[in-house]
Each structure stands twice: as structure tokens, then as C-alpha cells.
Design a protein around this ligand. Sequence first.
Ligand code: LIP
Length: 265
Amino acid sequence: MNIDTNSLLDCAVSAVKEAGSHALRNHSRRKDILKVFEHDVKLKLDVECQAIAKHIIQSTFPEHAILGEEDTHELTKIPEERDNYQWIIDPIDGTVNFSNGLTNWCCSIGVRFNNKVVAGAVYIPVSDELFTATNDLPAMRNGSEIHVSNIRNLSESIVLTGLDKNNGTDAPPFEIFRKISLNTRKTRIMGSAAADLCQVACGRAEGYYESGIYIWDVAAAGLIVEKAGGKSEFITREADNRLSFLATNGEIHDSLRRLVPLVMQ
Ligand code: LIP
């Protein structure tokens, strides 16, 4: 059954706002850590915020599938759904930022049907910015339409990225970072993929590239970039479901893309 994307978006908006606001209200508990990894942490608030989002989604759409970052223990088995809606939740994207008191983090929820994202909402609580899009509505920031920038040259562009450190310092991401830095006006690592993509969507940066991320980092915000007039694409998908993802204002897409596969494994 096809559902009006407005209903999906309304539910996604309630869920990101409730979950994101819960994290902000409980900022004093940001160091309550469940698990420490070499380059990451998992917080009690990650789990709580996901539960809040799930409860809202399940109350409205009980038959829909949910893929939440905090439920996914076996990363080789990320399920895809056919002929059903699948809600993809990142309760706190930028958990390390949040836990350390840095302000760039967000809550992100995308809705897929037959593996195509049809609605997405990203809420950045600290700046109270809500980014939204559906496949038939434009991208918006706090209810006003947004557009990517019209910068055409990579040399004048700001590109946001991250460094996937899993394979050590000789790994391709370090070489890609060097190339991007040398060919753009500025490269920035801000620590939240979904929030970064929203910056591209509203014209504050021209591009985003990162490897070693997961579908919940980019599902909602990839659509938001596209509906703001930009372009996004999955470059690779590894056996463990880690992804390389590129999104731009469209104008610099080919130039930025040319820097990526040269050093890709
Ligand atoms: C984070 C991303 C960030 C990336 C981190 C991590 P999390 O998501 O958004 O850009 O560099 O490795 O994946 O884990 O905070 O939801």
C-alpha cells in the first residue's frame, strides 16, 4: 500500500524532534557510556533516543520495518525490505561530538520503500534546525525551501568529509583527504555526516565525501541534498555494509568525484 509521503514526513519530523530534544535536555548525561570502541563510543542516550523515535514510528505505522543504528549488532546483516516501508534511524549522529560537548550532532530518520528513500528528516537540536524533504516535496529548513550553492569550481568550494581510520593511516581515506584538501578552498571534518549533508543542501558547503559510514548516516540527508537541487551517490559498498558516499551541489560533482576513485581500493 502506498502511503502519502506527507504522513511519513510528519511522523519522521515528530520522531527526530522528540529524540533530538531528549538528547539536548539530558546533555548533562552525555558521558554515560555503554561501550567504548577504539574510535567511537556508544551512549545510554543513543539507545534512549532511538527508543523514543521507534515508539513514535511504531504507534503510527506498526507494520513498517525499522532499522536503527543501535539495534544493528551484526553489521554484515543489514536488512533491506521489499514491498514494505523501512525506517532508518540514527538517534544521535555525531555521538562523539555530543559526548564531548561539541555542538555538531543531530537526529536523522529516513524512510525507504523498495530501497528508495522517499522521505527524510534531520534535526540539529543545538541550532534548532529541522531539515526535511520527500520525493515529491522540496528540501526545507525550518519550513522554508532551501537550495544548494551555485559555486562551479572545486577550487572555490568547501568540502566536508571524515576520516575512516579502520584500516590504518596508509588507508585510502587519508590519500583522498590530501587530494580534496589540495584541490578545494577548505576541507572540514565536522563529525556528523547527516548534519554535514544538510550544510550542503542549504548552500553553506559545496560537497561531502566520506568512506566507512553506514546507511543510517546518509539515508535522510542524501534525499535532502537531492531535493535541494544537488546530487548524491553511493560510490562503494563493502562486505560489512560500510559505504562510501558522495554528495555535492551538482556543479562540482564530477570534479570531486574524479578525486575519489583514483585511490579507491
Ligand atoms: C558518525 C558519522 C561521522 C563519521 C563517524 C560516525 P555516529 O556517526 O556521522 O561523520 O565520521 O565515523 O559514523 O556513529 O555518530 O552515528
